[in-house]
Structures are given as C-alpha cells and as structure tokens.
Design a protein around this ligand. Structure first.
Ligand code: SDX
Length: 393
C-alpha cells in the first residue's frame, strides 16, 4: 500500500561509529590492529601483548606488559557460587549458552565493577573480566565431560594456562608441545578483533545504553554463537564430515551451494567485508599445515577442506560472487587437531575475540557515543480506525 519497493535492508554498510582500533580493507584483504598488519602481529606477538595493544592503543614496554599481565592474573579466581551456576546446567547444554550465562552472572558477584565512573574503574572491570573469562571458557568444557574443574595456574603464560585448565587431569601430569601452544597463541591473536562485526556491534549496541561491561560482553557471546558468525567454525567441520560421509563428491556440494532452490551454503566461505581472501585465513592455513606436519597428523577432513577450497575457488559462481575462505574455514580443523571438541570451537573464537569486544566497548564509553537507536523503512498498513470485536469478520 505504501508503494515502496522492498529495499535490501539490514546493517550492511552503515558507518555506525568512528574507531581507531582496527583497519579493514575488504577489497585488498588487509587487516591492521592499531595500524599493525595482522601478518606481522600473528608472527611476532603474544596474545597478552595483543590484548594490551587493542585496549591501550600502543605496543607495551616490558614493564607495562608485566603489570598488565599481573593485573589480569590477580583476577583469575572465580567465586565458588559461579561453580554452582555452572553445575546447574545439563551436560548437553551448548558451551556458548553456558558461557553467555556465566559471563552475565559476573555482574552479580562483582557489583562494584559495574559502576564505571573513571578510566581506572574501566581498567579494573576489564582486567577482572580478562582474568576470569578463560577460566569460565575452560569450565564449559569440563562441565560437558563431567570432569573436575581446574583453576588458573598463575605461574604459566596465557596459552599454557588455558590449555592446562582445559585438559589437565588430577590423576596425571599434562605434557603440552610448544607447537600446540604456538598454534593456540596464533589462533587467539587472529580472532582478537575485527571492527564492527555482528558481535562487536552487539556489544556496542548493548553498552550504548550504559549497560555494564559483563552483560554487554554476554550479549556479544550470544551474537557470536550464530552459525552465520562465529558458529561457522563448528558448522564447517560438521559440513566437511557430512561431505565425507556422503562419499566426498565435492562438486555436488559446491553445486548445491550455488543453487537458488537450496539454502545449503558452503560454511567458512564468503564474508560481508572481504571480497578478496580473508588475510586471517591465509595465516591460519599455514598454522594448520605446520601443526599437522609437526604432530604428524593425517586428517582426511583437512584434505577434503583443501580440495573443496580448490574446487570453489575455480568455480565461476564463487568467483563472480567473490566468495573466498574466511577465518572460520580452517580454524575448526586446527582446534580439532589440538584436541578441542567441535562444540568448543566457537568458545575458542569468543576467548580470542574478548579483548576486541572490550576495546570496542571502552572506545564507545570513552567517546560518550549516544545510545544506539537506528530507524526503519515502514511498509505496514496506512492509518486505520479501531473496529469493535463484534463487528469484525
Ligand atoms: C565471521 O563480519 C565479520 O567480520 C565476521 C567475522 C569476524 O571476524 O567477526 O569475520 C567472522 O563471521 C566470518 C563469516 C562466517 N560465516 C560463514 O562462513 C557462513 C557462510 N557464509 C555466508 O553465510 C555469508 O557469506 C556471510 C554471512 C558470511 C556474509 O553474508 P552477506 O555478506 O550478507 O552475503 P549474502 O548472504 O547477501 O550473500 C551474497 C550472495 C548471495 O547470493 P545472491 O542472493 O546474491 O544470489 O553470495 C551468496 C548468497 O547466496 N553466498 C553464498 C555464501 N555466502 C554468500 N553462497 C554459497 N555459500 C556461501 N557461503
């Protein structure tokens, strides 16, 4: 009735804010954290240093890094009541749902951290979250397997500590190979920040109402859970296993992904911004090759992934639509090689993305951005008068 055509709507290209954190060039496949190219950062930095860079804007001196790391570690104990919340969940609960709930519950147990009146308050709130979040992530895994919970071991660096919280059994020592720790470090760095993606925009949206940090991050965890976003790394493995079980006819599945009458999509392909290779996917593919060679792993899923990439990259439809592998295409294969179960892949993505979410939230609050309130294009009924129920047909 309004005579309007239905436009292509949705937050697709909106300049929703100004930011100094991340530079993305989708056509050239470039990604810079505070001006530093992701390839250099992934090669040379540590995840804790990248957290500092994203949050404070500069690479830290050794002294600054030591203090930052100490401020995080002193927050790595989680209240016992949080264990009770965790244990109220059934083992069948998806770890992302458990993580979102536990993250929001931090508000109840750290009420002071919510009243942010200064940059010091903000620093205290996010170092508290950076200390507790990896523990909560590991606990979602331990819950699923019905295993006793591990606590943070502050003598260890971040990736070693997370790995032991995930896999240490009380009955034996835990050996962890450096190639595994290096892969975890790189994966967390590569997932750490990505401009105004769906979950970061969610964190800003919720935080723009001056909702507390923990509840805002909890909303970001929920947004990341979606299979079109961070949940894609789990969906990629499920897709590759399905193709394998179906006999491995790759062209059949690529054709299905192209068909208008089929809502099947090649998970791990395509990106709203990158119309060229996702620079992270290039680095992650190298990490995959390195870890499989060093651990001597033969994984048919990795072989299928490489062949699928080859078929898709040479397919006219994918070329015309500019669909390339994204960050999620290879990450799940590595997580599996590192011993993480499929349902934990998106939790690993959230662990990596946490500093990016906090940096976006911090920038939004320091810049005093207004409450987010987008408008719409109304295509409903024109004005009409109320009809009594006994006159309706
Ligand atoms: C992440 O934004 C970020 O930065 C996200 C992220 C981050 O770091 O935070 O990079 C992480 O979420 C990576 C994306 C992970 N998701 C997937 O791998 C799921 C599969 N990919 C798609 O669903 C899709 O490509 C999206 C969601 C990633 C992007 O969707 P867009 O930009 O909205 O594109 P679209 O859905 O409008 O598709 C454009 C065309 C369509 O064809 P037409 O309707 O024009 O004919 O491309 C087709 C789509 O059908 N298409 C695909 C496809 N992705 C898009 N066809 C087959 N397989 C695919 N994967």
């Amino acid at each position: 009735e309004t005579g309007l055509i239905t436009l292509d709507v949705g937050f697709k290209n909106t300049g929703s804010t100004q930011s100094k954190i991340t530079y993305l060039d989708g056509d050239l496949g470039k990604l810079y954290y505070r001006g530093y190219p992701i390839e250099q950062i992934a090669e040379k930095s540590t995840f804790t240093e990248v957290m500092y860079l994203l949050l404070e804007g500069e690479l830290p001196t050794q002294e600054q890094l030591n203090k930052f790391e100490a401020d995080i570690k002193k927050n790595s104990l989680v209240s016992v009541e949080m264990e009770q919340i965790l244990k109220a969940f059934p083992r069948s609960a998806h770890p992302m749902g458990v993580l979102s709930t536990l993250t929001s519950s931090l508000t109840a147990f750290n009420p002071k951290a919510v009243n942010i009146k200064s940059e010091k308050d903000l620093y205290n709130a996010y170092t508290l979250l950076l200390g507790k979040f990896p523990v909560l992530c590991a606990w979602t895994y331990r819950l699923k397997l019905g295993l006793p919970l591990n606590y943070s071991d502050n003598r260890l660096d971040y990736p070693h500590n997370f790995y032991q919280m995930m896999f240490k059994m009380p009955t034996e020592d835990l050996e962890v190979q450096e190639v595994v720790v290096d892969a975890i470090n790189k994966l967390l760095i590569l997932h750490a920040e990505h401009e105004q993606n769906c979950s970061a925009s969610t964190v800003r949206m919720v935080g723009s109402a001056h909702t507390g940090l923990f509840a805002s991050i909890s909303a970001g965890v929920s947004a990341l859970w979606g299979p079109l976003h961070g949940g894609a790394n789990q969906a990629v493995i499920e897709m590759l296993e399905m193709i394998q079980k179906d006999g491995g006819d790759l062209q059949k599945w690529v054709d299905k992904a192209k068909s208008k009458n089929d809502d099947f999509r090649l998970m791990g392909f395509g990106h709203r911004v990158y119309k060229n290779f996702d620079p992270r996917a290039r680095v992650i593919k190298k990490v995959a090759d390195n870890i499989f060679n060093k651990l001597g792993i033969q994984d048919e899923t990795l072989e299928i992934a490489k062949k699928l990439e080859e078929v898709a990259l040479n397919d006219p439809y994918f070329i015309e639509k500019k669909l390339y592998p994204n960050v999620d295409f290879y990450s799940g294969i590595i997580y599996r090689a590192l011993g993480f179960p499929t349902e934990m892949f998106t939790v690993m993505f959230a662990l990596g993305r946490l500093p990016g979410w906090i940096a976006q939230w911090k920038e939004m609050r320091i810049n005093n951005d207004p409450i987010n309130r987008p408008r719409q294009i109304y295509i409903g009924n024109p004005k009409r008068d109320y009809i009594d129920i006994n006159l309706r047909n």
